[in-house]
Design a binder for this molecule. Structure first.
Ligand SMILES: Cc1cc2nc3c(=O)[nH]c(=O)nc-3n(C[C@H](O)[C@H](O)[C@H](O)COP(=O)(O)OP(=O)(O)OC[C@H]3O[C@@H](n4cnc5c(N)ncnc54)[C@H](O)[C@@H]3O)c2cc1C
Length: 385
């Protein structure tokens, strides 16, 4: 008889876990509280615009994407490997000089830090990181960290990068150096969609309790031999009776301008006016906006007023406020788990003989971490059965 497994949550962790178990012959059902798959990787299509719930890129170098042979299916358009950063009212372009020599003047400019600071940052990347917070680890990288790297990482960690674990930050930065992250033609949800093929998923099935023989949902009991809790950290801790935690939060704003008004394809780091970063997404993937329009995505950590965001955009993109048409915004109250110094890069997934956990909070908070922990939970069940 097939071994039955219930996977709670159809985010990347749950889907990868379910997919691996199904391939090994287990009878797997995914219970999802929402009406769609993907969890934090969701996409809406509104009036011809493609709106991801948060500016989110996919790194084809992530080992789980390579192992699952997903990279080709995602039709990724790579982002340029550089950023535009505002220093003293001027935008400076800098980035990976191996990709474009146009980054060199910005890389070498003393306005972005002195050579010793830049060298200190390179040393950090290529040495074992200490178990301290990133602010302490990169103290020696002075202005280069404060003015450039820190602003970039604010959009990666969705919190003050000074506070996060230096070991985790170095791990994630490594993937940026190694790969060339991109956007799928049909939005971020292309990744969970590719993983979910042929899986049995029950939507609108909110799990409220783990029982002796399975789980309790909003409309009844489901039984199984194994249960995998593949939800965000807040709910996982609640249902497993562990101490409560907070997660980082962020807001993503979408505006449109007339085609041709903004030509940059680079991520522009705000650092002021409450904006973390802003980018003209449809300059990279034209399908993100209807014809004649350019779609702008802007990330903030707090939920500012729309008027305030438009005023910030006007200053950052140096265009009148009236040119920005508001499309929609997404407040993401649980965007990323907090990964503080001392937390391991991988945490155990086994809770008891029949309960397992998966999710990005058990690994490096990222798509790769979520997929990896889903794989570990599947492998632990395979080993136990
Ligand atoms: C704004 C933003 C930008 C990001 N950018 C990047 C990026 O550029 N690169 C990168 O690698 N990562 C990025 N990430 C991180 C990445 O998206 C997440 O790490 C990953 O998607 C988390 O997947 P998960 O399966 O662990 O959790 P989730 O996606 O949260 O999935 C959990 C699922 O469980 C379901 N669920 C919750 N409670 C219940 C319940 N009681 N019953 C049933 N189902 C339940 C939820 O509805 C959800 O579908 C970003 C995240 C955000 C928010």
């Amino acid at each position: 008889m097939e071994t039955e497994v219930l996977v709670v949550g159809a985010g990347l962790a749950g889907l990868n876990c379910a997919r691996i178990l199904k391939e090994k012959g287990f009878k797997v059902k995914v219970l999802e509280a929402n009406t769609r798959i993907g969890g934090r990787m969701a996409t809406d299509f509104v009036d011809g615009f493609t709106l991801d719930h948060g500016f989110q890129v996919i790194n084809p170098a992530y080992p789980e994407l390579v192992a699952n042979q997903l990279v080709e299916k995602l039709e990724l358009t790579p982002l340029p490997k550089g950023v535009e950063i505002q220093i003293d009212d001027r935008f400076i372009l800098l980035g990976d000089p191996r990709k474009s020599l146009s980054y060199l003047p910005g890389d070498l400019s003393s306005r972005t830090g002195n050579p010793a600071e830049k060298l200190r940052f390179l040393q950090f990347l290529f040495q074992k990181a200490p178990e301290v917070d990133l602010g302490t680890a990169l103290n020696g990288a002075g202005d280069f960290y404060r003015k450039v790297i820190r602003n970039f990482l604010m959009g990666v960690f969705l919190t003050d990068p000074d506070l996060v674990s230096a070991v985790m930050a170095r791990e994630l930065l490594h993937w940026f150096v190694k790969g060339n992250p991109g956007l799928p033609r049909t939005g971020a949800q292309a990744l969970p969609r590719a993983l979910a093929q042929n899986l049995e998923i029950e939507f609108d099935a909110r799990v409220t309790k783990i029982t002796e023989s399975g789980v309790q949902t909003n409309d009844g009991v489901r039984t199984s031999e194994f249960v995998v809790i593949a939800t965000d950290e807040v709910f996982a801790r609640e249902i497993l009776g562990q101490a409560a935690v907070d997660m980082n939060s962020s807001t993503t704003w979408y505006h449109a301008v007339e085609l041709g008004e903004i030509e940059s394809k680079h991520l522009r780091l705000g650092s002021s006016y409450g904006v973390v970063n802003t980018i003209a997404l449809s300059n990279l993937v034209k399908e993100y906006a209807p014809s004649g329009k350019t779609l702008i995505s802007t990330t903030t950590l707090n939920n500012q007023s729309e008027r305030g965001i438009r005023s910030a955009l006007s200053r950052i993109w140096q265009m009148p406020e009236s040119k920005f048409q508001y499309i929609k915004h997404y407040e993401i109250s649980k965007s990323l788990p907090k990964h503080l110094p001392g937390k391991p890069l991988l945490s155990p997934v086994k809770i008891s003989d029949r309960i397992f956990a998966a999710g990005d909070y058990l690994a490096v908070p990222s798509q790769q971490g979520a997929l990896q922990s889903g794989r570990l939970a599947a492998e632990a069940i395979i080993a136990s059965s």
